[in-house]
Design a protein around this ligand. Structure first.
Ligand code: PLP
Length: 372
């Protein structure tokens, strides 16, 4: 598939860990649908087409993440997917219980659980990171209800060993929820193989989808024992009957699909594009670009601050530099977009970036360092 980007020719964009620029195909679809809505309102909507698209999105997503379509719905962002997981777990919260996160988590994945433990009089345990591994051993025990962790850490790009952590959680009778936004679209994932209970992700970073869109996965077996009030009109099997009636929710995860709209056409194209690019190939391309950058900066002031062990790599690299924030600002003035995170320069290239761009970025970074 020929995927076109709208990024200007004089801009080098390596900040997909922040916002992924929407592809031209998705942007065109968004413009088309909003323009139709602005002209014709409800007359622009084709419910049958939207429902068929919804089914296709769930099937495409299932192929992309390796789970069953029965466990997949669309949310608006990562937090809204994690809210479903948090609410489905309510029956298992108890005052001796604990929830385990890590010290590297993005705020979303800490705030939600801070709120839950306060409400249910539980304990939030934060596993440390020793620079190579998470220190879960004295955190996860038989009172742990849920372990919630990012697939890839937003700040230093550390990819979690999800299989081991899921196993550890399950051995103690706990569930595992994964915030996948920093990996999905760049790093292959298989929720069934990893034995993940819940996964949530926005589609607006590495998936290059529209802001305000996301996916959530719930292991289908959990739907038999767990329920949530987080429902909307599409949660009902007879949603086309709009006046008040008894609630007959879908047996599968569609029970938590709160709404549907023409944004689904853009979501469908987003998932199609990332799937056709092939996550395995995308990841290999990203790693090759990163390797070149690491080699180019090897003997410089830039100190790599990302774990390079293969199983922990992702789309993100972070470099330390005494004037990291200035470097990021100066790069921006030169049209190269990265970001400043945790006193470091976070660089997150994607499938469309080239080795020539890596050469330019390296030259810019070395020249900025000389000038400082
Ligand atoms: C790991 C991680 N989780 C979540 C988010 C954002 O959450 P949401 O999609 O709910 O806006 C980010 C954004 O940077 C992130 O890096």
């Amino acid at each position: 598939m020929n995927v076109a980007m709208n990024i200007p020719i004089d801009t080098i964009y390596m900040n997909h860990a922040s916002i992924g620029p929407t592809t031209r195909q998705v942007n065109n679809l968004l413009q088309e649908t909003t323009s139709q809505l602005s002209r014709y309102g409800e007359a622009a909507l084709d419910l049958d087409k939207m429902i068929a698209t919804w089914d296709n999105v769930r099937s495409l997503t299932a192929n992309l993440i390796g789970g069953s379509q029965d466990g997949i719905i669309n949310s608006t962002n990562t937090a809204s997917g994690l809210h479903i997981a948090a609410d489905l777990m309510v029956g298992e919260y108890h005052s001796n219980g604990n929830i385990v996160i890590t010290e590297l988590e993005f705020t979303t994945n800490s705030y939600i659980w801070q709120q839950i433990v306060a409400r249910y009089d539980m304990e939030l345990r934060v596993a440390g990171f020793d620079g190579q591994h998470f220190e879960f051993e004295d955190k996860i025990d038989n009172s742990t209800v849920l372990v919630c962790i990012s697939f890839v850490q937003f700040s230093n790009g550390y990819r979690a060993d999800l299989k081991r952590i899921a196993q550890l959680a399950h051995d103690h009778g706990a569930k595992i929820a994964v915030d996948a936004i920093q990996g999905l679209g760049a790093v292959p994932i298989d929720v069934e193989d990893l034995d993940i209970d819940f996964m949530a992700s926005g589609l607006y970073k590495w998936m290059l989808g529209p802001m305000g869109t996301g996916i959530a996965y719930i292991k289908p077996q959990l739907l038999e024992e767990h329920d949530s009030f987080l429902v909307g009109w599409f949660s009902d099997q007879n949603f086309e009957q709009m006046s008040h009636h008894e609630f007959h929710p879908w047996a599968d995860a569609r029970r938590f699909q709160q709404s549907l709209g023409p944004i689904f056409y853009a979501i469908e194209r987003t998932v199609e594009i990332i799937s056709e690019l092939n996550p395995q190939k995308t990841f290999q391309h990203i790693l090759a670009l990163q390797d070149k950058l690491i080699a180019n900066l090897e003997d410089s002031t830039y100190q790599l601050d990302t774990v390079l062990e293969t199983s922990h790599r992702s789309g993100i690299l972070r470099f330390k530099h005494p004037a990291a924030e200035q470097v990021v600002n100066k790069l921006k003035e030169e049209g190269t977009i990265t970001s400043f995170r945790d006193n470091g320069i976070r660089i997150s290239p994607h499938f469309h970036n080239t080795t020539e761009q890596i050469t330019t970025l390296s030259e810019q970074m070395l020249a900025i360092d000389q000038d400082l």
